[in-house]
Write a protein that binds this ligand. Structure first.
Ligand code: TYD
Ligand code: MG
Length: 462
C-alpha cells in the first residue's frame, strides 16, 4: 500500500467523531478515553464507489415506485422483525453476546433460503468448515445449496462470492475478517469500518442481502465504532437470559420497516424453534389467582403478550429494607412502592420487596405499574387477586391511574387465554369491543384498584 496515501486520524469508539489529534474526552458525546487511532486510505479504489443504476440524479416524481420484492427468510419471527423479509441489497447487522445463538440462527435461516430460493453462502472467520458441518448435523440440516467458506480475508471471499452469485450471504463475524489494504489487525476500528463499507457496496452492487454478525462488548453495544450501526440498513440484537432457553430478536434500526417488532425463539437440542404463542409460554407456570402474582397484557411491538408479575414482601430482619427488581426498572419499583405507602396507606417501609417477571422477560412499559402495585399489595396483605384477573394501567405520583395505549388488543389476547376480569383505569377512552364475555372493572385511583382487584379474604391456604 502506498503510505503517502494513508492519513492517520483518531476516532471516538462511541460516536465515531474524528479528530486530527488524540483527545482525552470526546467533544461530541463526552465519553472519556474513547479515542483510538485509525487510518484513512486516501487513494480511492473503484470498489469504494457505490456504483449502481441510481448513479445519475433522478427527479423524485419520475422515480418508479415498483415495490421491491422482499426475500422471505423462511422463518416467521425473523420476517416479522425485518418487516416482511429481506430487502435486496440490504446489509443487516445482528449483534448479541457470545453463545447466545447468532451463528445457529443464521445457519438455520440460510438452510431455509437455500431450500426455497437458491444458492446461499456462509462465510465464517471463526469456525472451520468441519465445525460448521458439525453444527449443521446437530441442527439436522441437509446443506443442499448452502455453500460454506472458512476465510478471514474479505477480498478473497468477495471474489468467491462473485463466482457463486448467492441469493443471501452471512458473514460470521465482522470482527474476525480483515482487508489487506487497510492497516490494523482484524477487529480494530479501521478494519471493522472498512470491511463493513466494502460489504455494503458489494451488497448494493449485486443486489444481494448480506447478514453480518457482530459481537457485543460488556456494556452491550456492538464492538467497534457505533458508526457501524450508521452504515448498515438494519441493526438487530439477539438477546436472552443466560439460564433461560428463550431468545428475543429485537430491531433497533430498520430502514425498511418498524423497529417495534420482536421475534421470540426457544433454544433446544435441535437449534432454535420459533415461539408462535408466547403468551402461553410466559404463563405456563401460572396458577390462577395465586398470592402475589398478577397477569398483565403487555405489548411487544404490535403483538400483545401476557406476562406474569410476581412480588414477595418480607419483614426486614436487619439493616435497611431492600428492593429487588428482576425484569422491571428498579426506579419504577421505588416509585410504585412510594405511591403505595403514601397514597394507599400500605405500611411497607419496613419490608423487603422483590418483584420478578417470569420467563426472564424485561418490560419497560409503564402499563405494568398497576400490575406491580397489585402484586406487592397481594403479597403484603396475603390476599388473592380476584379469579381470572388481568390488570393494566400507569400509576401517577398522586395515586391516580392513567390509561394506556391499545387496550382493545390486550383485552382480546387476555380473553383468548381465558382471563375474564379486566382491571383498568377509568380514564381509558371508550372501547370498541365485540361482546367477548369479559368483565371490565374500572378504577380511578390506586386505592380503588386495590379494593376492586384483590379479595378481602385473608389467608394463606393454597
Ligand atoms: P452459537 O450459535 O454458537 O452462538 P453465537 O454464535 O451467538 O456465539 O450458539 C452456541 C450455543 O447454543 C451453545 O451454548 C450451545 C447452544 N446450542 C443448543 O443449545 N442447541 C443447538 O442445537 C445448538 C446448535 C447450539
Ligand atoms: Mg458464533
Amino acid at each position: 500500500m502506498d503510505r503517502s496515501k494513508v492519513k492517520h486520524i483518531f476516532v471516538c469508539k462511541q460516536c465515531g467523531k474524528e479528530s486530527a489529534k488524540w483527545l482525552g474526552r470526546c467533544p461530541n458525546c463526552q465519553t472519556w478515553n474513547s479515542f483510538v487511532e485509525a487510518t484513512v486510505n486516501l487513494s480511492r479504489t473503484p470498489i469504494d464507489r457505490p456504483c449502481s443504476r441510481e448513479d445519475i440524479p433522478q427527479e423524485l416524481s419520475q422515480v418508479e415506485t415498483g415495490s421491491f420484492p422482499r426475500l422471505p427468510v423462511g422463518c416467521g419471527e425473523m420476517n416479522r422483525v425485518l418487516g416482511g423479509g429481506l430487502v435486496p441489497g440490504s446489509l443487516v447487522l445482528i449483534g448479541g453476546e457470545p453463545g447466545i445463538g447468532k451463528s445457529t440462527l443464521l445457519l438455520q435461516i440460510l438452510a431455509k433460503v437455500a431450500e426455497n430460493n437458491g444458492l446461499v453462502a456462509y462465510v465464517s472467520g471463526e469456525e472451520s468448515t468441519n465445525q460448521i458441518k458439525l453444527r449443521a448435523e446437530r441442527l439436522n440440516l441437509g446443506g443442499k445449496g448452502l455453500f460454506i467458506l472458512s476465510e478471514i480475508n474479505l477480498a478473497v471471499f468477495l471474489r468467491h462470492l462473485e463466482e457463486l452469485l448467492p441469493r443471501l450471504v452471512v458473514v460470521d463475524s465482522i470482527q474476525s475478517v480483515y482487508l489487506e489494504d487497510v492497516p490494523g489487525v482484524s477487529g480494530s476500528i479501521a478494519q471493522v469500518r472498512e470491511c463493513t463499507q466494502r460489504l455494503m457496496y458489494w451488497a448494493k452492487q449485486n443486489n444481494v442481502p448480506v447478514f453480518i454478525i457482530g459481537h457485543v462488548t460488556k456494556d452491550g453495544s456492538i464492538a467497534g465504532p457505533s458508526v457501524l450501526e450508521h452504515i448498515v440498513d438494519v441493526v438487530l440484537y439477539f438477546e436472552g437470559e443466560r439460564f433461560s432457553n428463550y431468545r428475543m430478536l429485537r430491531s433497533v434500526k430498520n430502514r425498511f420497516g418498524s423497529t417495534n417488532e420482536v421475534g421470540i425463539f426457544e433454544m433446544g437440542h435441535g437449534g432454535l424453534v420459533e415461539v408462535e404463542n408466547p403468551s402461553r409460554v410466559f404463563l405456563s407456570t401460572h396458577k390462577d389467582a395465586a398470592i402475589g402474582s398478577i397477569v398483565v397484557p403487555v405489548l411487544e411491538g404490535t403483538r400483545p403478550l401476557l406476562v406474569e408479575i410476581q412480588a414477595l414482601t418480607t419483614s426486614v430482619g436487619f439493616g435497611p429494607p431492600r428492593r429487588i427488581a428482576n425484569g422491571i426498572d428498579f426506579n419504577r419499583l421505588l416509585l410504585i412502592s412510594a405511591v403505595l405507602s403514601k397514597r394507599a396507606g400500605l405500611r411497607i417501609s419496613n419490608q423487603d420487596i422483590i418483584v420478578n417477571v417470569t420467563g426472564g422477560l424485561k418490560i419497560n412499559e409503564p402499563a405494568i405499574d398497576l400490575g406491580i402495585a397489585l402484586a406487592i399489595t397481594s403479597s403484603f396483605r396475603d390476599s388473592r387477586p380476584i379469579p381470572g384477573l388481568v390488570a393494566l394501567g400507569e400509576l401517577g405520583l398522586n395515586g391516580e391511574l392513567r390509561s394506556v395505549a391499545q387496550v382493545e388488543r390486550r383485552i382480546v389476547e387476555a380473553s383468548r387465554l381465558g382471563f375474564k376480569s379486566f382491571l383498568m383505569p377509568k380514564s381509558s377512552p371508550q372501547l370498541s369491543l365485540d361482546d367477548i364475555g369479559i368483565r371490565l372493572i374500572e378504577a380511578s385511583s390506586i386505592s380503588d384498584a386495590l379494593r376492586l382487584g384483590l379479595t378481602k379474604k385473608v389467608g394463606r391456604e393454597q
